[in-house]
Design a protein around this ligand. Structure first.
Ligand code: C2O
Ligand code: CU
Ligand code: CU
Length: 525
């Protein structure tokens, strides 16, 4: 292992200015009046003098709240709330009765300003999962804001149309904060997508899948704190969809676009339709595929998204089916006997939500044969084509690690520095081996700031991956290796890569990578 540790702090000096002390400044009304010009000046400094003129201005906060999930006592949660300060109010959609944050809708090319205010009683920061934004806007844990303080985000939406999401990212506390309710969808549209005629409005359905455990007074139960439980990850015994238990989606006899997000801390789903029809997948993490793909079943790991085309035109009113999770093997450590949730271990068999055909309509959309433009992968364009960057997912001293290292807030090792403008192949190996075999577990690996293309998967024991299209999170079952290609074309600075099992992430199965925009002498690119 190289011991060439770099502490990056150069860009850190800008960050402090983005912490805005809002305590004492009173209501939001006062803030939007006297406060904005000052915020603009902070932003302008970062943008090297150019004024950022947002198309949409959002006030986002996180605070303790109560939601009536079950009859009786309401459930205490921590929840995101949002309000459009300036721009189209319809861009924010609250999910009724849910602890989840509102859905934020934007269009490619728009400039977004989000003032985030932290009203939960500990440090937090918002990360835009899957979005291609400058390092400073990415919600790195070193930008955490204390209670009653704020962070100003300003970025242009560069992503393709797709299903992205936002969630907290304070080091060591992401798992518990997401668990209490802090997560929301961030949907991007673009012109090409809008020209396709996909189901929209009520036929475009977000479905956030999570597992939770509640006590007898309807309160969320997280973990006992046992090391072993943290090492496998939290598993709840109740499946929630959009924050609701026993979820049923009433549908009409027509086509739907179902946007699935696995927002669970550590649970993996092996999705299949209960009535045996194939899953028709039209999109993944980074948006629409080139063309639809068909699968009998498909894995959805924490952090991953899948978009399904589901047409109910051949079913009568009264028809019922469900999306289920099929049983699967998860490897040594994650097996039911080791897990602290004997009632619903990872890899067990259960329904996720029901579908009920409730009305007939005559509006037939057909599945487009071509969904989007996706360039073929050019592996030999990679600067490290002959020596891909290697990452090993390992356990050391009862702690998950990447290449034997655990997260340090400002630390980047020599082999975690990439050159701006380069295109690279990264290879992740969940191969364990030897004594460690029993300790193997699935790990969904996520890269911040960039979407990548999966080139190759080895050691596969399962079918059911959708490696087509653009991805930001990729599941590695025990024994598997995955290679992907990623272009570091515009934003420099420090980003994260980590396991999206949130307990693994919180325990340090996360590292920084640094995109360098100068070539320093004596260092290998
Ligand atoms: Cu969902 Cu570090 O991200
Ligand atoms: Cu992310
Ligand atoms: Cu992991």
């Amino acid at each position: 292992m190289t011991k060439n540790t770099t502490h990056i702090s150069a860009e850190g000096r800008y960050e402090r200015r983005r912490f805005l002390k809002l305590a004492g400044c009173g209501t939001l009304g006062i803030m939007t009046g006297g406060f904005w010009p000052k915020l603009n000046r902070f932003a302008a400094e970062v943008k090297t003098g150019s004024e950022f003129v947002p198309d949409i201005d959002i006030f986002l906060s996180a605070r303790p709240d109560e939601v009536a999930i079950f009859p009786g006592v309401p459930t205490k949660v921590w929840q995101y709330h949002a309000k459009v300060e300036n721009g189209d109010k319809a861009r924010i959609n609250k999910l009724p009765g849910s602890y989840l944050g509102p859905i934020i809708k934007v269009h490619q090319g728009e400039k977004i300003r989000i003032l985030f205010k932290n009203n939960v009683p500990e440090e937090t920061i918002v990360h835009w999962h899957g979005l291609h934004v400058p390092a400073i806007m990415d919600g790195h844990p070193r930008y955490v804001v204390p209670k009653d303080q704020a962070f100003l985000y300003e970025f242009e939406v560069k992503n393709r149309a797709g299903t992205y999401w936002y969630h907290p990212h304070p080091h060591g506390r992401t798992g518990p904060q997401v668990y209490r309710g802090m997560a929301g969808l961030f949907l991007v549209s673009d012109d090409q997508e809008q020209g396709l005629g996909l189901p929209d409005g009520e036929y475009d359905v977000p479905l956030v899948i999570q597992d939770r455990t509640f006590d007898s007074t309807n309160q969320l139960v997280y973990m006992s704190g046992h090391r072993m439980e943290r090492m496998t990850g939290f598993l709840g015994d109740m499946i929630m969809v959009n924050g609701l238990p026993d979820f049923t989606l009433p549908v009409a006899t027509c086509a739907y676009r179902l946007r699935l997000l696995n927002g669970s801390n550590s649970r993996i789903y092996k999705l299949a339709w209960n009535d045996g029809r194939p899953l028709i997948i039209i999109g993944t993490d980074g948006g629409l595929l080139e063309k639809p793909v068909y699968r009998k079943y498909v894995f959805l790991a924490p952090g991953e998204r899948l978009e399904l085309w589901a047409d109910f035109n051949d079913h009568p009113v009264g028809y019922e089916t469900s999306l289920t999770s099929l049983p699967f093997e998860t490897g040594g450590m994650d097996a039911g006997r080791m897990s602290k949730n004997p009632r619903l271990p990872n890899g067990s068999d259960f329904p996720i939500f029901s579908i009920k055909v409730t009305r007939a309509i005559k509006n037939h959309l057909t599945l487009p044969a071509i969904l989007s433009d996706i360039e073929p992968i050019q592996q030999n364009e990679a600067d490290n084509f002959s020596h891909p960057r290697q990452f090993y997912l390992t356990m050391q001293h009862m702690q998950w690690s990447i290449n034997g290292r655990v997260f340090q807030l400002e630390e980047v090792d020599g082999d975690e520095i990439v050159q701006l403008g380069s295109k690279e192949i990264w290879e992740f190996n969940n191969t364990g081996g030897g004594m460690m075999r029993m300790m193997n577990m699935p790990h969904p690996i996520h890269l911040h700031g960039k979407q990548f293309r999966v080139i190759e998967r080895r050691g596969v024991m399962h079918e059911g991956y959708v490696d087509e299209g653009w991805k930001d999170t990729v599941l590695l079952m025990p024994g598997e290796s995955v290679r992907f290609i990623v272009a570091f074309d515009d934003y420099s600075g420090m980003f994260l890569y980590h396991c999206h099992n949130l307990e693994h992430e919180d325990l340090g199965m996360m590292r920084n990578y640094f995109v360098r925009d100068t070539i320093e002498s004596g260092q290998r690119i």
